[in-house]
Design a protein around this ligand. Structure first.
Ligand SMILES: N[C@@H](CCC(=O)N[C@@H](CS)C(=O)NCC(=O)O)C(=O)O
Length: 209
């Protein structure tokens, strides 16, 4: 399999899951603006919308969209337990959470990555948007569960972690949501997360995020 990624972007969720699965894969760093990959490929031919993640399967199929890529990866090794089985209420809960992370939490960070420095009211508004979504994560963790769906780590945790971790990069404090902050540290400390962050150049070997 081959994963097209950008450093620290949402594609890191799939990178973490590939590490969790312990399977062999290739990485190709992508410059989405230029539409080129480090290996010299024309990225627009791989992902017509121009964004990561894009996964090429061993059969040569291209899969895009975080929720689809993550569930595809989990379904390659059902015994790893990274997603409840298809057709169960647990899978529906996973999809509910993945959709929330994708269309609500992830998108709430959009203003910070618009290319324009956020100031004053615009910044306050953007921070409030992240806060509303972080509050939902905090509510999900309120019963003391370790991960978003309970005590088992799933692909939704990889995605939520990557997105919530952006808070530090854009200078938004998660202090108001202590369970969420502890959750981010918990997922960051997983060997698969550390390995992905080191490989993408976010942290040094031996440094816990
Ligand atoms: N709907 C897509 C959105 C993916 C997305 O927003 N990818 C970002 C990185 S997190 C990207 O590659 N943006 C293009 C760019 O940064 O040039 C999904 O859920 O996979």
């Amino acid at each position: 399999m081959k994963l097209y990624y950008k450093t620290g972007a949402c594609s890191m969720a799939s990178h973490i899951i590939l590490n969790e699965l312990g399977i062999q894969f290739e990485l190709d760093k992508t410059d989405t603006e230029a539409g080129k990959t480090e290996a010299g490929e024309d990225f627009r031919k791989i992902s017509p919308n121009g964004y990561v993640p894009a996964l090429v399967t061993d059969e040569g199929e291209i899969i895009t969209e975080n929720s689809a890529v993550l569930q595809y990866l989990a379904d390659q090794s059902p015994d790893a337990g990274l997603a409840p089985l298809n057709g169960t209420l647990g899978r529906t809960r996973l999809q509910e959470t993945l959709n929330f992370v994708s269309s609500e939490l992830h998108k709430s960070f959009g203003p910070f990555f618009s290319g324009t420095e956020l100031e004053g009211d615009a910044r306050q508004k953007a921070e409030a948007g992240v806060g509303r979504r972080a509050a939902h994560i905090e509510r999900s963790l309120a019963d003391g569960r370790t991960f978003l769906l309970g005590d088992t780590f799933t692909v939704a945790d990889a995605y939520a972690f990557v997105v919530l971790n952006w808070a530090g990069f854009v200078g938004v404090s998660l202090d108001a949501w202590p369970k969420t902050r502890a959750y981010v540290s918990r997922v960051a400390a997983r060997p698969a997360s550390i390995k992905a962050m080191v490989a993408e150049g976010l942290i040094e070997q031996g440094q816990v995020a």
